[in-house]
Design a protein around this ligand. Sequence first.
Ligand code: SF4
Length: 151
Amino acid sequence: MLKSKVALSACLLGCTCRYDGNNNLNENLLILLDAYEIVPFCPEDHCFGTPRPTMDLVKNEDNVEAISNETQKNISRPIREYAQNFFRVNPNITLFIGKDRSPSCAVKSGKIYDVEKNLLDKKGTGLMAQVALDLGIESWDAETYEASHTS
Ligand code: SF4
């Protein structure tokens, strides 16, 4: 029987694609996802390479955008394009699990700042996770998923 597909932040699988070249391997989470076919993604490595400068989510008048901490430029567009393309070529994803607190992958744990870098919210959504939610895909932060599915 075909397994259901879960989209998973690649750093949680052990991929060394974090901004600092490290990973966020979570073996317990991988055990919990044993029944799924894992489809990894990493928008930031794809768009900007590894290692790379960090970014923050900043709320302007209309939207939440990813702003580079190096150049202060809005670098949201390639991340959103990567996310849209990922779900276009992987139409059968039924579950999305993103790395907590990531400006790309967090579902409900991203920090949102105002344009003067005052913290507005610690439960924001990263740009790729937002695309998953907009598509109606069940989406979780990794730590929340793990806590909810560990007895
Ligand atoms: S963008 Fe997402 S998948 Fe890539 S390193 Fe950051 S948290 Fe992990």
